[in-house]
Design a protein around this ligand. Structure first.
Ligand code: NAP
Length: 410
């Protein structure tokens, strides 16, 4: 967030381009540039919507995809910025909260314009605190060619009467392009070239966005590089170094015991196994509620046990991992369980033996066993871990006892 504030905190006037951007297209970019010119604003800040009050989450593409497409589309224009304030804000998104948050980051006398499609403005009276909203910023309602302005004026009559000078209209011919048309075309395999920047088109094809076949679900995952960048900001330096060690170790084990596909999955599960571990307590509790993580008595008593279960949900929603095998490997990397999959065992073991861990008694034996026989390594590590947890006076999760019971005879 700090970097994005640097981009606009000293501006005298800012236009906020609010929208779903599913996907962003050339019509949006032309609109932003036209508004910048007409109202002589210093910057245009694109704010992809978070969880809009008026739409269910299922109707829109994942936040991270929409955010990254917006970054790709705007990165070559120094007057454009992209903000995560809506997509990072928990709960339902209201424009009034966005305007207030943005205002608090800027100079007190900053002049704000909120640009959005006239279709959205029709309902403005039903938005949260509409009058206060219009008193805080000007609105630029942009219309497609042939738009029926009279019906819009009818719908917003009440607010227009009071704030006429703060609501502006602009017809933008390039808005003949629409996101819904692009989605339909992509679904049918029709061309979308020249309707949006090439980088965004490449992104859509790479992640098979808008091609709703089940097979494509597997691809719904962030690039490993993007994943690493996100992790770097979510984890402490120490945890990030450990995470990279687990990913490398898991990949090595998968190379020996699994297939090429297992190797890739092992890297992803290794990278994400602790993705929720450094969350501050309030964030952890909030996400547990929002992502509906089932909380058993053991997790309530020993809060250290929450992060693997929450981590699996964070991996699913924020890192777009749809592969249940990877998610289970994250979910059971702390407790283990009986009859674990190859990937679950690999992550459990890699977490214990990764090369960046400080030396402790038993680690060398665990490393030796890991490259001899995975089940023997499981038995050894479970015994050592259970002893360690008991010696600290902490309670064990029943999954760990079931796991030991299962692996002790292997
Ligand atoms: P939307 O359904 O995505 O868009 C409605 C129409 O407006 C579509 O035709 C869309 O075209 C166009 N449009 C949207 N944003 C645009 C933009 N910046 N420039 C040009 N055309 C645009 O509407 P929405 O995105 O959900 O809502 C727009 C904004 O209003 C968002 O920032 C949202 O948070 C805010 N809003 C707030 C509240 C509230 O506070 N309660 C309620 C509703 C909306 P494309 O599909 O081609 O983009």
């Amino acid at each position: 967030m700090r970097d994005e504030i640097e981009g606009f905190k000293n501006c005298k006037s800012i236009a906020i381009m609010g929208g779903t951007f599913d996907p962003i297209h050339n019509g949006h970019l032309v609109t932003a540039e036209a508004v910048r010119h007409r109202f002589n604003v210093d910057k245009v800040v694109f704010i992809p919507t978070g969880r809009p009050a008026h739409k269910s989450q299922k109707q829109v593409t994942h936040n991270e995809h929409r955010y990254l497409m917006t970054v790709l589309a705007t990165m070559r224009n120094e007057n454009f910025e992209v903000s995560r304030i809506e997509i990072d804000r928990p709960g339902v998104t209201y424009t009034i909260d966005t305007i207030e948050e943005l205002k608090s980051m800027c100079q007190p006398d900053v002049r704000l314009y909120f640009i959005t499609g006239a279709d959205a403005i029709h309902q403005i009276m039903s938005w949260k605190e509409p009058e206060r909203l219009v008193s805080l910023c000007d609105f630029v309602a942009v219309t497609r060619p042939g738009y029926d302005r009279a019906s819009l004026f009818g719908d917003i009559r009440e607010i227009r009467e009071k704030f006429a000078s703060r609501i502006h209209f602009m017809e933008v011919p390039a808005l003949a392009i629409s996101s819904s048309d692009i989605r339909d075309r992509a679904k049918k395999g029709a061309p979308i070239k020249y309707l949006l920047p090439q980088t965004v088109e490449d992104y859509i094809h790479k992640f098979c966005l808008y091609h709703d076949t089940e097979k494509d679900e597997v691809k719904f995952m962030l690039d490993l590089e993007v994943m690493q960048e996100k992790l770097q900001s979510a984890l402490s330096i120490k945890r990030y170094i450990h995470t990279m060690g687990v990913a490398d170790e898991a990949e090595r084990l998968a190379e020996i015991y699994g297939t090429q596909g297992d190797k890739q999955k092992a890297r992803v599960a290794g990278l994400l196994h602790d993705c929720a571990k450094d969350f501050p307590i309030e964030v952890r509790d909030r996400f547990c509620k929002e992502y509906k993580v089932p909380m058993d008595v053991n997790m309530k008593k020993t809060t250290d046990l929450i992060h693997p279960f929450l981590g699996a949900e964070v991996a699913r929603r924020d890192y777009l991992v749809g592969d249940e095998e990877i998610l289970d490997a994250i979910r059971f990397h702390t407790t283990g369980r009986a009859n674990m999959s190859l990937l679950e065992k690999i992550i459990y073991i890699a977490d214990y033996i990764e090369p960046n861990r400080e030396k402790f008694e038993g680690i060398e034996e665990a490393r030796r066993l890991a490259y001899l026989d995975l089940d023997m390594a499981m038995k050894y590590i479970l015994e050592e871990t259970i002893e360690y947890v008991k010696s600290k006076g902490r309670e064990l999760h029943p999954f760990s006892l079931e796991a030991l019971e299962y692996y002790k005879d292997c």
